[in-house]
Design a protein. Structure first.
Length: 134
């Protein structure tokens, strides 16, 4: 029997200088220490955009709206035996200053600088797509 994919959403927050925000996963979590785009799991019954708005509020203390989220690309992979679908949105407008609530570190980087980061396997294809888009 095929498992239902785990749907995860992520945001490429892009500031006025065309830098992209990434954060480091906490050491005590799966893939700890790797760099990722902010976001998280879509809960049952939740629209992907609503999940991303919630995750950005919880992880970074910023507010945005569905109209400010532009679907950019997606990636597939696995977390253990479970299939993964990772949806990446570009977000250029939000309210508030980025404040980390879970991640030990965050960075604003140019798209080409993302290639040098250690990232989860599902995030890697997203970097090339972002570099081509920006």
């Amino acid at each position: 029997m095929t498992q239902t994919p785990l749907v995860v959403v992520a945001a490429a927050l892009i500031d006025a200088q065309s830098r992209i925000f990434v954060q480091q996963r906490p050491a005590d979590k799966s893939m700890g220490g790797l760099w990722e785009f902010p976001g998280g799991k879509v809960e049952a019954g939740e629209a992907p955009e609503d999940a991303l708005i919630r995750e950005l509020r919880e992880e970074l203390c910023i507010e945005t709206e569905t109209a400010c989220l532009a679907p950019a690309t997606f990636a597939t992979g696995h977390i253990g035996d479970r299939p993964l679908l990772l949806l990446l949105y570009v977000c250029r407008k939000w309210r508030g200053q980025v404040q980390l609530t879970e991640a030990p570190e965050g960075r604003w980087l140019r798209s080409h600088e993302l290639f040098s980061l250690e990232m989860p396997p599902a995030d890697l294809p997203l970097v090339a797509m972002l570099d081509a888009l920006i």
